[in-house]
Design a protein around this ligand. Structure first.
Ligand SMILES: [Zn+2]
Length: 62
């Protein structure tokens, strides 16, 4: 079960084979191996990376 690295919510929706969406803080997560990459969807639909906000540990999938 995935947990959002940003808000710790487990209210995660699956939007693709490796892609998930947090319904609590509205960020998108992509599973890359055993790590998450985290993106924010901007108002214009583009994605900006939030990976810099988290440590390697926080993005690790347990
Ligand atoms: Zn969240």
């Amino acid at each position: 079960m995935l947990q959002c690295p940003n808000c710790k919510s487990k209210d995660i929706g699956k939007i693709g084979s490796q892609q998930f969406y947090c319904w609590s803080c509205f960020i998108e997560m992509t599973v890359m191996g055993n790590k998450l990459t985290v993106h924010q969807v901007e108002a214009d639909g583009s994605l900006s990376s939030l990976n810099d906000l988290f440590t390697e540990d926080q993005r690790k999938i347990n």
